[in-house]
Design a protein around this ligand. Structure first.
Ligand code: ADP
Length: 227
């Protein structure tokens, strides 16, 4: 078994690499999807968000208005407050998922995709619980794979994905810049990562790096299983 955290800033190529790893045989889960599921009506995170941010974050059908919530959080300086609700719930759900994966296949490479692996720790540090969270990070993740790319490439790829037809380009670009501003720079994250994927070329160049990484992860998983 090997517990891998796949991280990188917005638009760095996480979903792309996640899909490549799936094709190679990894078990993969995306934190964004877990987070969305935990924000469905009736889930604990949903109730906490509504009581913290008020009924204006609700749509007429009772679901969360995620755009409104993002606006309140990012423009209103309440990102940390929102993260303090969502992150612990997502981390718990990730741990449960990994337990299920390894019960099924003790040799699995289980990959959790998250843009914010290091940011979670940083936010906890500013909240005064650094040691605990860093230890926790290394207790629940064996290897961190970081995808790097220059900010201009991240923004261009994000905008091309969000606004492919060109409509709302400016809004998508402003959104990307605002989100990137909350993320730790690649240079700092690289010091803490175990493996780096540099997404500066085309998709084939990225695929070649993933193909080289996969046997190393698989070998680590096999060695762990023998211990
Ligand atoms: P993330 O999940 O980190 O936000 P994605 O994997 O969704 O990033 O990549 C963002 C967009 O950029 C996607 O449309 C993806 O197809 C594209 N993309 C990723 N890497 C490359 C690359 N090396 N060359 C061209 N497009 C890329």
């Amino acid at each position: 078994m090997l517990r891998v955290g796949l991280t990188g800033g917005l638009g760095s190529g996480k979903s792309t690499v996640a899909q490549m790893l799936r094709e190679l045989g990894a078990e993969v889960i995306e934190s964004d999807e877990l987070g969305r599921a935990l924000m469905e009506p009736g889930q604990a995170a949903f109730n906490e968000i509504v009581s913290a941010f008020g009924p204006s974050v609700l749509l007429p059908d009772g679901c969360l208005n995620r755009a409104r919530l993002a606006e309140l959080a990012f423009k209103g300086g309440r990102v940390k407050e929102l993260n303090a609700i969502i992150h612990p719930a997502v981390i718990e759900a990730q741990s449960q998922w990994m337990t299920e994966v390894f019960a099924r296949d003790p040799l699995a490479v289980a990959v959790v995709v998250s843009a914010l692996i290091f940011e979670v720790e940083r936010d906890a540090r500013t909240g005064g619980e650094a040691g605990a969270v860093f230890t926790e990070l290394r207790k629940r993740i064996d290897r961190v794979v970081l995808i790097t790319a220059p900010d201009v490439a991240k923004i261009a790829r994000y905008v091309a994905r969000i606004a492919p037809a060109g409509a709302n380009r400016e809004a998508a670009e402003a959104d990307a810049r605002s989100r990137l501003a909350h993320q730790i720079p690649d240079s700092e994250k690289a010091l803490r990562a175990d493996y780096l994927l540099e997404n500066t070329g085309d998709i084939d160049a990225l695929r070649a790096q993933v193909a080289a990484l996969w046997p190393r992860l698989k070998q680590e998983s096999n060695l762990n299983a023998q211990r």
